[in-house]
Each structure stands twice: as structure tokens, then as C-alpha cells.
Design a protein around this ligand. Structure first.
Ligand code: ATP
Length: 349
């Protein structure tokens, strides 16, 4: 049973359901100064309170065009609320959320600017996919040919005449993405778009979102899937309890929030281990190799060379976004069953 505020927020949605799409049927956008100027998402001291809950807390950041920005944070961190504020589906308590310098509500043709997917389940089950998109197209003055184009682009052409209630979660997700793309918008805001997609669908959406960003669009994507976000996003905005925890390139985020580790193999493990322990490193055995925490491969190599210990293998261990994310957000989760430990973290498929 969803909490009562969920149905309340559903009632606030426009006739299009939770899918907001833009119109116009423009040709594919080429990267241009024009697109850049009109399509960054700017949050300025953005705050949203629900009673005593501060869902978004003085959030200031800019989501830039031309890259995929991953929007991360534990459950209840304020991601969906922020997206809803940007889309004018809710009003800030204070501060501003603007697209190209203007609040969504004041955009002359708002639905031609932003394509969004907030809840793939919101589409009318009794309509066919094609009718759903045609309805959106008509109400947003989008040429009918765009319907066929986005059905093709999202791999739904073959099921276009099926009723949405017969769709799997992944098919609904594709339909939501089709609706978001309908108006060829310069800004895309997608809440958990990978949800329910099969491995082929995940690769498809990864390629699609990267292409859209390369074309100069602003692409903001929330996700709980760290491996996927690490591959997809060039940049990260991370929230914790409504506050901004990080606004950095993905690679910098990983490097900043995960200590270095080196993996080493030798035929004299006892001596290497004793030497590294004496140097103050933490050493752990892992499948015949040693993992040296807090050290780069170069440092381990230097110690081994000095002591004349022959090495058979030596590499820097690549830190994962997941490790970095948990290091940063460990104290920020609103809902945690237990202290996060790597063994209790849900693994991605
Ligand atoms: N309409 C509402 N009424 C009351 N509280 C709300 C409402 N919408 C969100 N909240 C609260 O605001 C906080 C932020 O919720 P939000 O859904 O934005 O987080 P989220 O980061 O999207 O979480 P998740 O990852 O679980 O989707 C939570 O404490 C949530 O319970």
C-alpha cells in the first residue's frame, strides 16, 4: 500500500500522467551554444518542506548540458522531490529551480523544453501504446509522425497496438522514455529509467542517453544502480537528507571517496606481508594475492624493490563507484536496516 502522500502527488500530475514531454517535432538537435544557453537546470537555495520533513535542503547546483548527470542518494534523500520541483509539479518552500534561467511554469512552451519520466506505471492501462503517445502528441502540438519515430526508437513499434495494461515493467519503462523523447527536448529528466529493463534494454538506454548528451542536451538521471551509473554518468550530483553532498565528475568522485588499494602477488608472501605491515599498511589475503589498503601500486613496488622481494604481479585495484558512494553516504541514509557493509549491499544484476 503506497503512503497517502503518493496518491496525493499523483493527483497533482498533469493530464499526461507522470510523463511530461515536450513538443515541436524539431529535427535532432546538434550541439550548439543555443541549446546550451537554454537548457541548463539551475537550483538555487532550493528548499522543500513537507510539514516537519525537509525533503530538499538549500540545494544549489547546476546540471549542465552536453553530459549525463547521475542523480544519486539514499532512499528519501530528496531526488524525486527535486525533479518534481524542477518540473513545476510541486512548489518550493523557498529558493528556485529553473531551466535555462526560467522557472518551468513561466516557459512559453514548457512541454517543448523538457522530457521527463517520473513514474512509468502512470500511463492509462486501457489505451494502446500508440494511442497514449498520439494523445500526448496532440495535446502538445507535436506532429503525428513523431509518434512512429519514438515507437521505433524505443523498440516498441511491434507492440504499438497493444494495450498498456498488458505491458511488462520494462515495456512501460520504454513507453515512458518514448513519451519523454516525443518532443525532441533539449532537457531530459529521468527518474530510475533503467528500472525493469532487461540487459539488452539497459545497454540500449545507456547508448541512447549518452547520444542525447553528445547532441548537447541536458540529461539528468536518478538511479540506485551504482555500476550502471558509473558507466553511464559523466558527472554526479549526490544528495543526502535533502542536502548536496557532491557535485563532481564521476571519476573524481570515485577517486576522492575511495582510498587507494593495490593488488600484489609474490612467491615470498610471508616476507612481503611482514614488510608491508611494518610500513603501516593494512594487508589482506585474497585468492593467493595480497590486497594492500591505502597504497598505490607504485608505493608497494618501491617497498618490494628496496627489500629485494620479487613480485609476480602488481596492479592498482580500481575503486568502484559503489565503494565511494557508501563511503560518502553511510551516515546520510534516512532508512537503513543495518549498518551498510559490502556484504549486505544489494548487488546489481
Ligand atoms: N508529498 C509528500 N508529502 C510528505 N512527504 C514527502 C512527500 N514527498 C516526499 N516526501 C518526503 O520527502 C523526503 C524525500 O523524498 P523523495 O521521494 O524526494 O526521496 P528520493 O531521494 O527520491 O527517495 P527514493 O530513492 O526512495 O525514491 C522523504 O522523507 C519523503 O518521505
Amino acid at each position: 500500500m503506497p503512503p497517502s502522500w503518493q496518491s496525493a502527488r499523483s493527483r497533482r500530475l498533469p493530464r499526461t500522467g507522470e510523463t511530461v514531454s515536450s513538443g515541436g517535432g524539431r529535427p535532432a538537435r546538434a550541439p550548439s551554444g543555443h541549446a546550451d544557453a537554454m537548457s541548463s537546470i539551475d537550483l538555487e537555495d532550493l528548499t522543500k518542506e513537507y510539514g516537519s520533513t525537509r525533503a530538499v535542503d538549500r540545494l544549489t547546483c547546476t546540471v549542465e548540458p552536453g553530459r549525463v548527470t547521475g542523480f544519486l542518494g539514499p532512499n528519501g534523500a530528496g531526488k524525486s522531490t527535486t525533479m518534481r520541483l524542477v518540473l513545476g509539479l510541486d512548489h518550493p518552500t523557498s529558493g528556485t529551480a529553473t531551466i535555462g534561467g526560467r522557472p518551468y511554469a513561466t516557459l512559453r512552451e514548457p512541454l517543448r523544453t523538457v522530457g521527463a519520466l517520473l513514474d512509468a506505471q502512470a500511463a492509462h492501462g486501457s489505451r494502446t501504446a500508440r494511442d497514449h503517445l498520439r494523445f500526448l502528441a496532440v495535446s502538445n502540438r507535436i506532429p503525428a509522425r513523431r509518434v512512429d519515430e519514438v515507437l521505433e526508437e524505443t523498440g516498441l513499434a511491434a507492440v504499438a497496438r497493444r494495450r498498456i495494461r498488458t505491458f511488462s515493467l520494462g515495456m512501460r519503462q520504454r513507453l515512458g522514455i518514448a513519451a519523454a523523447l516525443l518532443g525532441d527536448p533539449p532537457v531530459l529528466i529521468l527518474d530510475e529509467p533503467v528500472n525493469g529493463l532487461d540487459p539488452e534494454g539497459i545497454v540500449w538506454i545507456r547508448d541512447l542517453l549518452r547520444r542525447l548528451a553528445r547532441e548537447g542536451r541536458t540529461v539528468l538521471v536518478s538511479s540506485h544502480l551504482m555500476n550502471e551509473t558509473a558507466v553511464l554518468a559523466d558527472h554526479l550530483v549526490v544528495l543526502g537528507r535533502g542536502r548536496l553532498l557532491a557535485d563532481v565528475p564521476t571519476q573524481d568522485f570515485i577517486e576522492q571517496h575511495s582510498p587507494p588499494r593495490a593488488r600484489v602477488r609474490t612467491d615470498d608472501p610471508a616476507r612481503l606481508r611482514a614488510t608491508l605491515l611494518a610500513e603501516g599498511y593494512t594487508v589482506q589475503e585474497d585468492d593467493g594475492r595480497w590486497v594492500v589498503k591505502g597504497a598505490r601500486a607504485g608505493e608497494v613496488g618501491a617497498v618490494a624493490a628496496r627489500e629485494g622481494i620479487p613480485l609476480l604481479e602488481l596492479t592498482d585495484e580500481r575503486a568502484s563507484l559503489e565503494q565511494a558512494y557508501f563511503a560518502l553516504t553511510a551516515d546520510e541514509a534516512e532508512y537503513t536496516a543495518a549498518a551498510p557493509a559490502s556484504s549486505t549491499v544489494p548487488q546489481e544484476a
